[in-house]
Design a protein around this ligand. Structure first.
Ligand SMILES: [Zn+2]
Length: 350
């Protein structure tokens, strides 16, 4: 995720003020709304056995969220190395995700646009990847994450020009959605779900100078301009959800714009006994949910644990070489996944 910095002006996407506006008049109802095995074989590519993108298997109806599968997907994404916007790793990731979700009979589409590279002004092709479940269903909800990684671990005290893997800040969202998709394939009900993987969340070489949220801004502008073919009643953003020491507080911008969405999710967490969802406000975070709330007007909640690794050392791993799979947890991914899966199952009954 991009951090708490102000959004800077930039020319190639229409600038929007991101000051919070209280979103009123939402008609939310009910729901409380009112493993890698290849490590031993060093000569093999790590992706060979960790996760099979080519043969996804739909989950049985009512099955539990498989945290191991989600974590394996997180690891397989990190095996690609950097996934900075426009990179080879990003293109490979797009190909694998597309193959995987098409294998589960979802519709996969690409929202392409171009930005100027912050360093040399060259064109960078961006790709917001959309995965649509049950396109025939009229009532729809948006579940999203970013899938690009920061160009460098620029907060790393030792090697700020090393390879940033973004295990928590990037791959955790992809891993969770890879597993969640197996459950959506056969989920009965009236609600359709769209996953959107945002590109360009942090194509940031100089913090505070380079613009963030390029993908979500573009998406929100297209949506607000009616260049998107469906409407979403709610949105959920996930970011940095694989921290071993998980504490997910209400995020302040989300509570301004999408309080009822937040409360319904935390309510489901309480029902499930997932105590890591703490119903108190803590951080105020600028993330991809801001354009969704303020431009697209989709009430969107950000589920994020911003104390990485923990509240005593809040940002020690964030944007450093320490953001790697070894510092993430299958259990944490599983807890967030279980809450979201149950939230969607309850939504289907409305
Ligand atoms: Zn980040």
């Amino acid at each position: 995720m991009g951090g708490k910095f102000r959004l800077e002006p930039f020319a190639f996407v229409t600038r929007q003020t991101m000051l919070g506006r209280v979103f009123s008049g939402m008609a939310l109802v009910a729901l409380g709304l009112a493993g890698g095995t290849s490590a031993a074989f060093g000569q093999e590519p790590a992706t060979a056995k960790r996760f099979d993108w080519a043969k996804p298997i739909p989950a049985a109806s009512g099955a539990a969220f498989d945290q191991k599968l989600a974590f394996d997907a997180l690891g397989a994404v990190c095996d690609l190395g950097t996934r900075v916007s426009g990179s080879e790793g990003m293109r490979t990731q797009q190909k694998l995700i597309t193959e995987y979700f098409r294998g589960l009979d979802a519709e996969v589409s690409n929202q392409l646009f171009q930005v100027r590279h912050p360093l040399d002004g060259s064109a960078v092709t961006m790709n917001n990847l959309c995965v649509r479940w049950h396109p025939d269903r009229k009532k729809r909800v948006l579940i999203c994450c970013h899938y690009d990684t920061r160009p460098f671990p620029d907060r790393d005290p030792v090697n700020p020009r090393g390879v940033f893997l973004g295990a928590n800040d990037g791959a955790s969202g992809v891993g969770l959605l890879a597993e969640l998709g197996r459950h959506l394939a056969g989920m009965d009900g009236k609600w359709g779900v769209d996953f959107v993987f945002f590109d360009g969340e942090e194509l940031v070489y100089v913090a505070g100078r380079d613009p963030m949220f390029l993908g979500s801004q573009y998406f929100a502008q297209q949506y607000a301009g009616k260049n998107w073919d469906v409407k979403y009643q709610y949105g959920v953003l996930i970011d940095m959800i694989a921290d071993k020491d998980l504490q997910i507080y209400y995020e302040k911008n989300s509570m301004k714009s999408a309080a009822r969405v937040c409360r319904s999710i935390w309510g489901v967490a309480k029902e499930l006994g997932v105590k890591e969802f703490i119903p108190e406000e803590k951080h105020q975070i600028r993330d991809d949910h801001l354009p969704l709330n303020e431009i697209a007007r989709i009430p969107t909640c950000d589920i994020i644990d911003f104390d990485y690794p923990n509240p005593e050392r809040p940002n020690e791993y964030w944007h450093t070489l320490q953001d790697r799979p070894e510092n993430c947890s299958a259990e944490s991914l599983g807890k967030v996944g279980a809450v979201l899966l149950e939230w969607l199952r309850q939504l289907q009954k409305l």
